[in-house]
Design a protein around this ligand. Structure first.
Ligand SMILES: [Zn+2]
Length: 333
C-alpha cells in the first residue's frame, strides 16, 4: 500500500472545520437563486473566480457574500449535508464542526434556524452515512465581549446540541484574554472549550488560551514551536493542536508545504492532528490535506497512522468509541 492508498482507507476524525467554509460555489449559487438573493456574481464560474482570493480582505468578501445567502433551515441543512458527503468520500468517520452563529444572527437569521438545519444534517449523517458528529459554536473574536455573551445566552437553550464553544476570526489584536469571562461562563454551563491561537498570532496567545480560557484543545497552534517552554508544556499535557496544512499554505503561515512544521511537532511528541479549516476556500478537504503533507514531508506509514489516531484521541467522543477507532487503525497494515 502506498501513502495515498493508506490515507484513503484510514478512518479519521476532523476537529477543525468551519461549516461556513465548506460552501462550494455550485451550492452557493443554487441557494442564492432559490432564495432570490442578489450576489455580486452572475454565474457559478464567477463565484469560482472570486474563490481565487489573493489577500485576507478578498477572502472575507466572498466568505460573507456566501454566508449571506443562507436564510432558512434547509439552507443550513444543505450546507452541512454537502460537507458530510465529502467526509464519506474521505473516510472521515467523526467530525466536530464549528459554526459561527453571529455571522447569521447579525443578519436577522434566528439561532434556532441555524442549529436545527445543522442538527438535522448531523442526524442524517449518522443514520445514512454512519458518520458521527458534534457541533462547536464559535465566537467571532473581532466582535465584542458583550456580543459573545449575548450569543452564549442564546445558545443555552440548545446546550444539549453544542458540545463546546470556540473562538475564531482574525487573531491578531484580539487575544484570548478578551474573552476570559465569557469562557468562564461557558465552562460553568458545562461546555468544553477550544480556541484558535498561535496561527498568525504569537505563542503568547497559546499560553493565554491554556491559562486564561482553560481550553481542552488549541486550534492551529503551529507557532507554539517558537517557544520551547510552551512546547514542553504541550507535550507534557498532551494538549492537542488541530493543524490545517492547506489553510496555512493559502494564508501564507508557511511559504512552502515542505517547510511545514507538522512533522517536526509530531516527532517531538506534540499531539498534532490534520484538518481542513475552510476546505472550499483553502484548496481541499481532509484527504487533500493528508496527501499534501505526506508528499511534501515524506511522511512514513507509521506517521500517517499516528496522525489518524491522534484525531480520534483528541476528539470529544467517549473513550469506548476512541478505543474502537484506534483498534481499527492498528488493524490496518
Ligand atoms: Zn479555523
Amino acid at each position: 500500500m502506498n501513502q495515498i492508498e493508506l490515507i484513503r482507507v484510514l478512518p479519521k476524525a476532523e476537529l477543525h472545520v468551519h461549516i461556513e467554509g465548506t460552501f462550494e460555489p455550485e451550492l452557493m449559487f443554487a441557494i442564492a437563486q432559490r432564495n432570490q438573493i442578489e450576489i455580486p456574481y452572475q454565474s457559478v464560474e464567477e463565484v469560482r473566480q472570486a474563490y481565487n482570493f489573493h489577500n485576507l480582505q478578498s477572502f472575507l468578501d466572498i466568505y460573507y457574500a456566501g454566508a449571506a445567502v443562507l436564510v432558512v433551515e434547509q439552507d443550513f441543512y444543505d450546507l452541512a449535508w454537502a460537507y458530510f458527503e465529502k467526509c464519506a468520500e474521505d473516510k472521515v468517520m467523526h467530525t466536530e464542526m464549528f459554526f459561527d452563529p453571529q455571522t447569521h444572527t447579525d443578519r436577522g437569521v434566528a439561532f434556532a434556524t441555524v442549529i436545527s438545519g445543522l442538527q438535522r444534517a448531523c442526524d442524517d449523517a449518522q443514520t445514512k452515512l454512519g458518520i458521527s458528529s458534534h457541533l462547536i459554536m464559535c465566537f467571532l473574536r473581532h466582535l465584542s465581549e458583550e456580543a459573545a455573551f449575548e450569543t452564549l445566552e442564546q445558545a443555552l437553550r440548545f446546550k444539549d446540541q453544542i458540545i463546546a464553544v470556540g473562538l475564531d476570526s482574525s487573531e491578531v489584536g484580539h487575544p484570548p484574554a478578551k474573552f476570559e469571562r465569557v469562557f468562564a461562563k461557558a465552562r460553568e454551563q458545562g461546555f468544553l472549550v477550544v480556541a484558535h491561537a498561535g496561527e498568525e498570532g504569537p505563542a503568547e496567545y497559546v499560553w493565554e488560551a491554556l491559562d486564561v480560557l482553560k481550553v481542552n484543545r488549541i486550534d492551529h497552534g503551529v507557532r507554539s514551536e517558537e517557544d520551547p517552554k510552551l512546547m514542553q508544556r504541550l507535550i507534557r499535557e498532551k494538549m492537542p493542536l488541530t493543524v490545517c496544512p492547506l489553510s496555512n499554505l493559502k494564508l501564507c503561515v508557511v511559504d512552502d508545504m515542505a517547510q511545514h512544521n507538522i512533522r517536526r511537532l509530531l516527532q517531538q511528541g506534540v499531539h498534532v492532528t490534520v484538518n481542513s479549516d475552510d476546505p472550499s476556500y483553502f484548496g481541499g478537504y481532509m484527504n487533500d490535506n493528508f496527501i499534501a503533507i505526506a508528499e511534501a514531508l515524506d511522511l512514513s506509514h507509521e506517521e500517517i497512522k499516528q496522525l489518524a489516531k491522534n484525531s480520534f484521541e483528541a476528539s470529544f467522543i467517549t473513550d469506548h468509541e476512541k478505543q474502537k477507532w484506534l483498534k481499527q487503525i492498528d488493524a490496518l497494515i
